[in-house]
Design a protein around this ligand. Structure first.
Ligand code: C5P
Length: 313
């Protein structure tokens, strides 16, 4: 019985700007995605026979994207059979860390290989975008600029594996509501091709180490902080403890800080563990695309040097 066990990583947004509302209901984004080392575990077993998709997890998640992604892959490959997923969640749910999206991408990457029916990366990107705006990024990993809905991706050079602290208070922020609160106007045309703020940030992220030169921001902070003032306090404390930058991820509620050294990061983690009554504190590190791909090749036993990663079995 073929089976595979994979790690599915979380992401943070190093920068996030929401431009206009588009006629299709989505918002035009400019963001910089970054994978981090916090991971869920997914094991997949495949048994020939009648088609059935089963999911076991340490959390009960309605409308789990793992099942939707599996369904989509069965349709795209024409495969049939019994799929059994066991999902161990560590990435906080609904925390702006893309846990569900990452799980879906993990299924898109792993399942065709397990079924010995690899799909070209273009097809995987198309299926990923149809399932959710953050999913295509997890087919790429590392540091990447996301445009359009967030599904149009441009790889940026790898950053070093810097230490990061993730603070996820146990409060829920609804993503569609956060978008609505921004009250963006309906799109009027193509965004300016001139050197804009986002382009400046992407260049600085690609060419300088994290720190003062990164004038990063997350537009959602302006609508989420007034509702949850606790998040602004966490940001202030992260900055005081030496994080550069400290920012909210996605539409929240996870706050992250990037640190110059593991010592500084660990000191900040100890402070939050002692002084702050929050949900979850995770010391992690940035994961470059080189490491992300190496991890995926290892998990799927794909030899180095394949032409169209990740489509070769
Ligand atoms: O694509 P996804 O399912 O992740 O999006 C969830 C919701 O977030 C959408 O229904 C939409 O309300 C909002 N969204 C948006 N613009 C984006 C991405 C998401 O308005 N670029």
């Amino acid at each position: 019985m073929p089976s595979v066990q994979v790690r599915s990583l979380a992401k943070i947004n190093l920068d996030l700007r929401v431009l206009d509302r588009r006629p299709d209901g989505f918002h035009e984004l400019r963001t910089i995605f970054q994978t981090v080392s916090l991971a869920d575990k997914i094991s997949i077993e495949y048994v020939r026979g009648r088609t059935r998709i089963e999911l076991k997890s340490n959390f009960n998640i309605p409308d789990n994207l793992v099942i939707k992604a599996a369904d989509v892959i069965l349709q795209a490959t024409g495969a049939t059979g019994n799929l059994r997923f066991d999902l161990t969640k560590r990435i906080p749910l609904g925390g702006g860390l893309g846990g569900g999206s990452s799980n879906a991408a993990a299924v898109l990457l792993a399942l065709p290989i397990l079924l010995r029916k690899p799909l070209p990366v273009e097809k995987l990107m198309e299926l990923a975008a149809a399932l959710g705006s953050d999913i295509p990024f997890f087919l790429l990993g590392g540091t990447a600029a996301g445009l359009g809905r967030g599904t149009e991706l441009y790889p940026l050079p790898d950053l070093p594996g810097l230490p990061v602290l993730l603070i996820t208070p146990g409060l829920h922020v609804s993503t569609p509501e956060a978008y609505q609160r921004l009250e963006r106007k309906l799109t009027t045309g193509a965004p300016s091709p001139m050197m804009n703020d986002f382009q400046r940030v992407a260049w600085s992220v690609a060419s300088t180490p994290p720190g003062v030169a990164w004038e990063v921001k997350n537009d959602f902070e302006s609508v989420v902080f007034p509702q949850h003032p606790q998040l602004e306090l966490i940001k202030g404390k992260l900055l005081k403890l030496g994080a550069r930058p400290a920012l909210m991820s996605g539409s929240g509620s996870t706050m992250f800080g990037i640190f110059r050294s593991v010592e500084l990061r660990n000191r900040a983690a100890s402070w939050f563990r002692k002084e702050f009554e929050v949900g979850q504190i995770h010391p992690v590190s940035l994961v470059s695309r080189r490491r992300y791909r190496a991890m995926w090749r290892r998990q799927l036993q794909i030899p180095e040097g394949g032409k169209l990663w990740p489509s070769q079995p």
